[in-house]
Design a protein. Sequence first.
Length: 325
Amino acid sequence: MKGFCLIILGVLAILGSVEGDLEMGFYGSSCPKAEKIVQDYVNQHVPNAPSLAAALIRMHFHDCFVRGCDGSVLLNFTSASGNQTEKVAVPNQTVRGFDFIDRLKSLLEAECPGIVSCADIVALAARDSIVLTGGPSWRVPTGRRDGLMSNASEALAQIPAPFDNITILTQKFANKSLDLKDLVLLSGAHTIGISHCPSFTNRLYNFTGVGDRDPTLDSEYADNLRSRKCRIQNDTTTIVEMDPGSRKTFDLSYYALLLKRRGLFESDSALTRNSNTLTFINQLLQGSIANFYTEFGLSMEKMGQIGVKTGTTGEIRRNCAVVNS
């Protein structure tokens, strides 16, 4: 009986390490140093370019929202004739960090050729870069495989946009089995985010088409954006902090700004005009940073398992930008 109990406990321990078809420590035997290679490279380079943390978590988010977390956002082209990939879609034209992922892939290919997927590299690098900036950690079960297709029109339709209202946001998240709580928590990554003027200047210059401002945006904040940042509506070079004064700190100040009507995007402001999301924002602000970190990590773990390809589905790309020939 004692031996039987030990066997059952062993089986339960194995099952407990599996997240769907992903596993914690998936590369433990096939490429034991994989996760450390990613972590060491992030630790070496992100401190010299701290904005990469926001870029990498955004890349992970955009990847998972189209065809699942399969590295499709990394592809330059696919075998489909005339197909434009996700990279050229408007939501991804300001995504950065592709060269960073390519360098990581080269290191992992040198260590374990054909073993570690690009999709897993993105997921691990996003987590490790946030940790390095003082933000939360979360479990990243691995075993994702890389997709074979990438389509710009899908990215445009499925990735939440800065202009989306709460109804559209709710539907886009629900399409990925994410709820309103996940919407609020994952938006919290904007605490370290940056943007360019075209993503929000309609709120400053021409909100309803008659040269007006968005009345839900704090007037002092709007004046500051117009006079000091986006003097020209279509300025594509100026960088604007989404959490002014706290961009390098992964904290709760983003949510405090929302309540002051200083969310940069319409999609940020939308979170305060739904009773459920507003209630959760207030709960986060009344709680501790540790609670926010825990909750954020759980939503990231949930997001990281959207539509994953495992087993024999997809492939392990040799080059993250190109499907294997």
